[in-house]
Ligand binder design. Structure first.
Ligand SMILES: C[S@@+](CC[C@H](N)C(=O)[O-])C[C@H]1O[C@@H](n2cnc3c(N)ncnc32)[C@H](O)[C@@H]1O
Length: 244
C-alpha cells in the first residue's frame, strides 16, 4: 500500500523534454550512430549500445555527462533528513562519477559503491579513500554471493538503463543485499518525461509491478533528475523496504 509520505518539492526548474540533439551534443560519447532514428527513440538497445567503460575513460569529460552532479541527490537528502537517518552501511549501485557515494560518505555513512565499469571504479578510487569502490555487475553481484548486507541502498540511474529482460533479476539481487529493515532508494526517469532518447521511463505502477514480489513501496514522488542538462528531465524517486 502506497503511503505518500515523501515531502513535496517545489520545482524551480522548467520541465520540458530535451531533444535528441541536446543529448547527442552534450554527450559526445561513443554511441552507435548507425541506429536508425525510430529505433533510437524507443530502443531497448539505446543504453546497451553505450559502452560504459569507454564513457568513463574520457577523464575530465565525466563532469559533462548528463547525470553528473557534485551534490547529493536532493530527494535522497530530503528523505534521509525526514527519516532522521544518520549513519549505517550504504550501497551505491552504478556509482559512475562517484559523487553520490562521496557525498554520502561525507555525511558519515560507511559507503560501498559499485559499478560495472572498471574505468569508473578506477577513476572513483582516485577521488576518495573513504568509500569502498568495487567493480560489480548488479545482475550477478559478487557482493550478494559473499553475503554482504546493507542498511541503505541507492540506485540513481542504473536500473533505468537495464534491458527490461533483466529487471526481475535486478530486483532479486537488490533484495539479497538488503538487511532486514533496510531502505532502498531508487531514482529513475519518469513516464512523465516525453518519449525520446535516454533511459527507460517509469510510472509508480510500473515500479510496483516490477518490485512488489520482493519489496514494498513506502513512498514515491515525481521530481527531476539533477545533472548537466539545461532542462532537467522528469524523474521518479521511490523508497522501498523488504516485504517480508
Ligand atoms: C546513468 S549512470 C548514473 C551514475 C551515478 N549513479 C550517478 O548518479 O551519477 C548509470 C551507471 O550505472 C552503471 N551500470 C550500468 N549497468 C550496470 C550493472 N549491470 N551493474 C552495475 N552498474 C551498472 C553504469 O556504468 C553507469 O555508471
Amino acid at each position: 500500500m502506497l503511503s505518500d509520505s515523501c515531502k513535496d518539492d517545489e520545482k524551480k526548474k522548467c520541465l520540458i523534454g530535451n531533444s535528441k540533439e541536446d543529448y547527442d551534443n552534450q554527450l559526445n560519447l561513443p554511441i552507435n550512430r548507425g541506429i536508425p532514428d525510430d529505433t533510437y527513440a524507443e530502443s531497448e538497445r539505446f543504453f546497451p549500445e553505450w559502452n560504459w567503460d569507454e564513457i568513463y575513460s574520457y577523464g575530465p569529460q565525466v563532469r559533462r555527462l548528463p547525470w553528473f552532479t557534485n551534490d547529493l541527490d536532493s530527494d535522497l537528502r530530503e528523505e534521509l533528513n525526514s527519516r532522521n537517518i544518520r549513519g549505517g552501511e550504504f550501497l551505491d549501485i552504478g556509482t559512475g562519477p562517484a559523487t553520490q557515494a562521496i557525498q554520502l560518505s561525507k555525511l558519515g555513512f560507511e559507503v560501498t559503491a559499485t559499478d560495472i565499469s572498471l574505468r569508473a571504479i578506477m577513476r572513483a578510487r582516485t577521488l576518495s579513500q573513504d568509500v569502498k569502490f568495487i567493480t560489480d555487475d548488479i545482475l550477478d553481484s559478487r557482493l550478494s554471493k559473499d553475503g554482504y548486507l546493507f542498511d541503505y541502498i541507492f540506485d540513481r540511474g542504473c536500473f533505468h538503463t537495464l534491458n527490461p529482460k533483466y529487471r526481475s533479476q535486478y530486483v532479486t539481487q537488490v533484495k539479497k543485499l538488503m538487511a532486514r529493515r533496510a531502505f532502498f532508494f531508487l531514482k529513475t526517469f519518469s513516464s512523465k518525461q516525453p518519449p525520446g532518447p535516454g533511459p527507460y521511463r517509469f510510472s509508480v505502477d510500473m515500479i510496483r509491478e516490477y518490485f512488489s514480489k520482493e519489496l514494498m513501496l513506502l513512498c514515491s514522488k515525481e521530481t527531476v533528475y539533477e545533472g548537466t542538462f539545461r532542462v532537467l528531465p522528469r524523474a521518479l524517486f521511490v523508497v522501498m523496504t523488504r516485504n517480508d
